[in-house]
Design a protein around this ligand. Structure first.
Ligand code: 13P
Length: 249
């Protein structure tokens, strides 16, 4: 199980250190934890998490190696600050910055070239789901956002229905089961059948066990609940329970 914390543009630096220290103090068998903090916090979080087993990632990177791109962050800079992974194609970047599948694929190609692993986000809007297009939208995002150079050991997919992010609405178990099966099927057809597929969107301590019981769910990408140490810890504990059930099956 992979449980990843996407802090987005939170919290204040004064709280971030204590939160990372709480992550570092916990352990959960069978769970790989990843923290995606804001880029300016990477070096400090890297020091806080040193030796804890919690992996560090950037929330985005530029598609170019370096150059005149004011305000952007290069993949090599993330790596130099202690990140081993980068989150790409989050729906907030697709919406706020007009990121296309082709741009996400270009960023992923650059990040892989710098030795980073990539976690690529996909997910449909409520209108797309209502129109019956959810699976077509998601498979088209997979098709366009995953660069051909990727190897299964350096790719993770996060399925995050846009309508479930930050809304408190969680996709139903049937919806998650169907979409994860469709994603798994698409990945298997490209020799990427072993790639973990995470669910994201209002994952909380109260719903994590149910979500992790879905066979094809390999963990969670957690936003709001990752900002509370005890909530993130409870979600990781649910991940450890799911990993234990999986190992004994
Ligand atoms: P919430 O957990 O706050 O819904 O956010 C999900 C998300 O976007 C993680 O990347």
């Amino acid at each position: 199980m992979i449980i990843a914390a996407n802090w987005k543009m939170n919290p204040p630096l004064a709280e971030a250190g204590a939160l990372a220290a709480a992550y570092a103090a916990a352990t959960h068998d069978g769970v790989t934890r990843v923290l995606f903090p804001p880029a300016p916090y990477l070096v400090q979080m890297s020091m806080r998490l040193d030796g804890s087993g919690v992996l560090l990632g950037g929330q985005d990177c530029h598609q170019a190696d370096s150059g005149a791109h004011t305000g952007d962050v290069a993949a090599s800079m993330l790596a130099a600050c202690g990140a081993g992974m980068v989150l790409l194609g989050h729906s907030e970047r697709r919406q706020d910055h007009g990121e296309t599948d082709a741009l996400v694929a270009a960023k992923a190609g650059t990040a892989l070239g710098e030795g980073l692993a990539v976690m690529i986000c996909v997910g449909e809007t409520l209108d797309q789901r209502a129109a019956g297009d959810a699976e077509a939208v998601v498979t088209s995002q997979l098709e366009g956002s995953i660069p051909p150079v990727v190897t299964p050991d350096r790719l993770t997919i996060a399925y995050e229905p846009v309508w479930a992010i930050g809304t408190g609405k969680v996709a139903g178990v049937d919806e998650i089961t169907a979409m994860h099966a469709a994603i798994r099927n698409w990945l298997a057809g490209r020799g990427l059948g072993q790639v973990p597929v995470l669910y994201g969107g209002s994952v909380k301590p109260g719903n994590a066990d149910e979500i992790f019981a879905v066979g094809d769910v390999g963990g969670a990408l957690v936003g709001g609940a990752s900002l509370k140490a005890e909530d993130f810890d409870a979600i990781c504990a649910a991940g450890a329970r799911a990993a234990a059930i999986c190992a004994s099956a």
